[in-house]
Write a protein that binds this ligand. Sequence first.
Ligand SMILES: Cc1ncc(COP(=O)(O)O)c(C=O)c1O
Length: 571
Amino acid sequence: MVICTRCRLYHSMKLFNLIVNFCGIGMIIYSLWLLKRWKEGFIDLGSASALPKPWFIYTCLVVGIVVCLSMISGHMVFNCISPSTLTFYIVIVFSILLLQGGLIIVIFFNINWEAKISKYIDGKQEEFQNFLIVHLRVCRCIAIAILAGQVSAILLAVILWVMGPQPKDHCSRSEPPELRQSFLVTVAYNKDESPIKLNLGVGAYRTEEGKPLVLDVVRRAEQLLVNDQSRVKEYLPITGLADFNKLSAKLIFGSDSQAIQENRVTTVQCLSGTGSLRVGAEFLAKHYHQRTIYIPRPTWGNHPKVFTIAGLSVEYYRYYEPTTRGLDFQGLLEDLSSAPSGAIVLLHACAHNPTGVDPTLEQWEQIRQLMRSKGLLPFFDSAYQGFASGSLDADAQPVRMFVADGGECLAAQSYAKNMGLYGERVGALSIVCKTADVASRVESQLKLVIRPMYSNPPIHGPSIVATILKDRDMYNEWTIELKAMADRIISMRQQLFDALSARGTPGDWSHIIKQIGMFTFTGLNTEQVAFMTKEYHIYMTSDGRISMAGLSSKTVPHLADAIHAAVTQVK
Ligand SMILES: Cc1ncc(COP(=O)(O)O)c(C=O)c1O
C-alpha cells in the first residue's frame, strides 16, 4: 500500500525515538560498568580514599536515564498524535536537550580529564590510564551522538507539526482484518488451479454462470447517453448532477416524502457509498456538536476507518449474537441507551454486512423511539436498497420511519450493488434537516467539505442513474432486474439450506434462510473455513462469511458437502 509523506515522517520519528532510547538503555549499562571499573582500578592502586569524582561517567549515566524517561513522553505522543501532543513532545525533548547540552559542555569540554587522570594515576599504571582515557573519549562521542539524535527527532517532530498530524492509523501499514481477508481470499483463489474452486469472498453479484452482470437497463441507458450528441463532458457542480440528487432523495425517502416537499433535505452526489459516508463524516466532524459515532459490532470493515480518519471517535454497540446467529436486540438497546446524548449512530438501512441480520420493523420502531428520546443522530448506510427483499420501498422502510417523525437524519446511498454500477462510483449523501433554511446552510458547508476533497464528482455514472430513475419504463425494467438478482440470492439461500438438511448436517441452519442480503454469516469457525479451503477449494473470509451472490445451483451441492464435512470432522 502507498504510504504518504506524513506517515513516513511519523514512522521515521517513531523509529528515531526507539533508536535513541535504546541508546539510552545502553548508556546506563555502559556507565554502571565503567563506574565499577573506575572504583576497582583505584582500589587496586591503593588510593581509594583519594578517589576523584568521575563526573564524566555520572554525566553519561544521567543522560542515559533522561533519554529513557523521554521515551515515555515519546510513546505517549505516538499513541495519540495530535498538534498538542506533538507540541508537548517538542517542548519536553527540547528542554531535555538544553539541559543535556549544558551538562555535556561543562563536564566534557570544561574539564581536562586527561590531565586529571594522569595526576591521580601513577605513570607506571599506564594500562589503567590508557583504559580510562579511551573510555572517556567513548563517553564524549556517545553523549554528542545522543544529542545529534535528539536534535533530529525534534526536527522531524517540528516538520510533522507544521504539516499537521493525522490520526495515528492513517495509512496504517497493517491492513484491516476484513480487507486483508478479502484481499487474501482473492489472491489465494486466483492461485488455486483446481477446476472445482469457488470464491465466496467477493462482495459483488455473480450470475448463475459465475459471471459479473451488467443490467440490461444500464446498457440501454448508456446507449441513450452515447447517442445523445448534445451531451458534453463539462465539469459538474460541486454537489453533482441536480437531477440525480433529487431522484436519489426520492428513491430513499419516498416520492411522497414530506421532508422533500418541505425542502428540508439536502442531497449531494458522492463517490458511491464509501464517498457518501466519508463526506457525511467530515461534515459531522466539522460542524456537529458530538464527535462520537456508534457503529455495530461487527460491521463492514471500512466503517471504523472512514469515520476515524474523518476525525470522529468510534464506539461500538452490540449487534450480533453468535449463539442464535441473530440480532442481539437487548444488547443493542442497552448500548444505545448508555450512549451520550446527541451521539451519532450508524445504522445499516438493510441487509446488514457482514451478518445478513436486520431488525424487524417492530424492532426498528423501538430503536427509533429510543434514539429520538436520547437525541441520538441516525446516520443510515444504504448500500443494498432493493437487494435485501427485492423491493426498493420495503428496504427503505427503516429510513422512512426515521424521516417521517420530522427529526434529523443522514443517509449514504450506493448504486454499486442495486444497479451493478460498482466501478462507476455513484452514490449520494442526503441530510434531512429540521427546516429548509438549515438544509440550505448545510448544503453550503457540504460544498466546503467536497471542494478540497475532489472538487466535483464524475458525470457518467449519475447520468445513467438519472436516465433510469426519471423514465417510468426504464425504472420498471430496473426493478424487475433488481428483483431477479435478489430472488436468485434468496433462492440460493433456500437451496443451500435444503442441501444441508438433506445431508443431515448437524446443527440448526435456519439462519441461512432467515438472514438477508448478499452475505450469510455461516457460523463456521476459522479452522472449519481453513479445512473447506484446503480440502474443497472453497474460499471465504475466515470469519465464515459467504457471499450468496457467488453461489449457483451447480455449486450449492459442493458447498453443502464441504460444510457437512467441516462440521462433522473439524470441531
Ligand atoms: C455496508 C456497506 N456500506 C458501504 C459500502 C460501500 O460500497 P461502495 O463504496 O462500493 O458503494 C459497502 C460495500 O461493500 C457495504 O457493504
